[in-house]
Design a protein around this ligand. Structure first.
Ligand code: ADP
Ligand code: MG
Length: 374
């Protein structure tokens, strides 16, 4: 066990890193953040931030030498970086696990190898694969870049073969997946942790509402058939086990109108749809990440109250910040801001959780507050 007083390294300085640091500080750990952007959300609350590129050799050496264990909040770290670090310091999750989730083509092959269903898709690595990909799906479809997409970025809706070619060229012919647009009943996700012994523990399933490809609200308990919720947890455990994963992992699912469960994507980290755990569960996803990477026993993941998490994007910022009294006046709502200096449209600036006796009341209250803020 890596005990309080030790130093945990966090690669990445965003909001997931920030909430991890806060959880680690509660437990008495030191946290060193590695992140190129100065005064990052995580760096502001950490013991120290090393301001350097993720692959700067000297910074990496110092970072590895000063940390007792290293974890991450960000999936696009080159596998070679994690491998180098792991020569001297434990890195959880591993480079091998991360590399299965960095490329949508690799990820979807992996999902199938777990005996699970991805969305119908075709891989496009060269112009000559376009026709094959089109044969694999039905229109309408979405052409997604295989790498570096997030919050709906790098996605183009396509309705005809010509539009696929056009979209592929506008993506500058980088590797892509052509995904059938599925008729969704709802979206759900599972955040879970897996330790070195191979034990897993899931958080309650979250129901996720997206607007323009970005998460808007997470509703817990999810309003889905309990059999589907259980199947999602089983699937997420299978994925974590197949990856020999150590740490916190999230799996996003689509539930189709025909009640099929499809795996959308895997995030090798804590997840936006797990933020509700801070205010509504015995243990938060971030404390669980601390516990798991430090080899402590899992914390209880029980849900204490129905909850709705609502994201606050830069869109609702004007010349000044939104009127937070709207959140503060709701006694069972909890505001979380990430300390980002500049608000931009679509940028995640914070979130709030609204607790209530049932999800309907939580949704009504949260939505009222959100409308007042906008
Ligand atoms: P990101 O990496 O940006 O989160 P996703 O693939 O999860 O990318 O897409 C973001 C959102 O867009 C999804 O949560 C969903 O709401 C919608 N979406 C993406 N792909 C599909 C699809 N094939 N069918 C229906 N909706 C989709
Ligand atoms: Mg997603």
């Amino acid at each position: 066990m890596i005990l309080p007083g030790a130093t945990i390294g966090m690669i990445g300085g965003g909001q997931l890193g920030r909430m991890f640091v806060i959880a680690a500080k509660y437990l008495g750990y030191n946290v060193l953040v590695l992140e190129p952007g100065e005064n990052s959300p995580a760096g502001q609350v950490a013991d120290e931030q090393i301001v350097a590129a993720y692959d700067a050799p000297e910074a990496l050496a110092t970072f590895a030498q000063r940390c007792d264990v290293i974890t991450t909040e960000f999936e696009n770290i080159p596998a070679s970086v994690l491998e180098t670090l792991s020569e001297s310091t434990p890195v959880r999750p591993s480079a091998a696990a991360l590399s299965k989730t960095q490329d949508r083509i690799v990820e979807k092959d992996f999902i199938r190898s777990c005996g699970l269903l991805p969305v119908p898709y075709g891989a496009i690595r060269t112009r000559s694969e376009v026709a094959l990909a089109i044969d694999a799906i039905k229109f309408p479809a979405i052409l997604k870049t295989a790498r570096f997409g997030y919050d709906g970025k790098g996605q183009i809706t396509v309705n005809t073969p010509d539009e696929v070619v056009e979209a592929y060229e506008s993506h500058r012919s980088v590797d892509c997946v052509l995904e059938q647009r599925v008729d969704l009943d709802c979206e759900i996700s599972v955040v879970l942790s897996r330790n070195e012994n191979g034990d897993t523990q899931c958080f309650p399933v979250s129901e996720n509402v997206h607007v323009d490809g970005i998460l808007f609200q997470s509703i817990v308990p999810a309003r889905v058939d309990p059999d589907i919720a259980r199947a999602a947890q089983v699937a997420a455990k299978r994925i974590a086990t197949k990856l020999d994963y150590v740490g916190v992992l999230a799996v996003e699912f689509f539930v189709t109108k025909k009640a099929e469960l499809l795996v959308n994507e895997i995030a090798p980290r804590t997840h936006n749809s797990g933020h509700f755990t801070i205010d509504a569960c015995v243990t938060s996803q971030f404390e669980q990440q601390v516990r798991t990477v430090c080899n402590l026993p899992f914390g209880d993941t029980r849900l204490l109250t129905p909850v709705v998490m609502t994201n606050l994007l830069g869109d609702i910022w004007g010349d000044t910040q939104p009127d937070w009294s709207k959140v503060f006046n709701s006694a069972a709502s909890k505001l979380h801001l990430y300390g980002k200096a500049e608000a931009r449209d679509g940028r995640k600036m914070g979130h709030f959780c609204t607790l209530a006796d049932n999800v309907d009341d939580a949704i009504t209250e949260a939505t009222k507050i959100f409308e007042q803020l906008s």
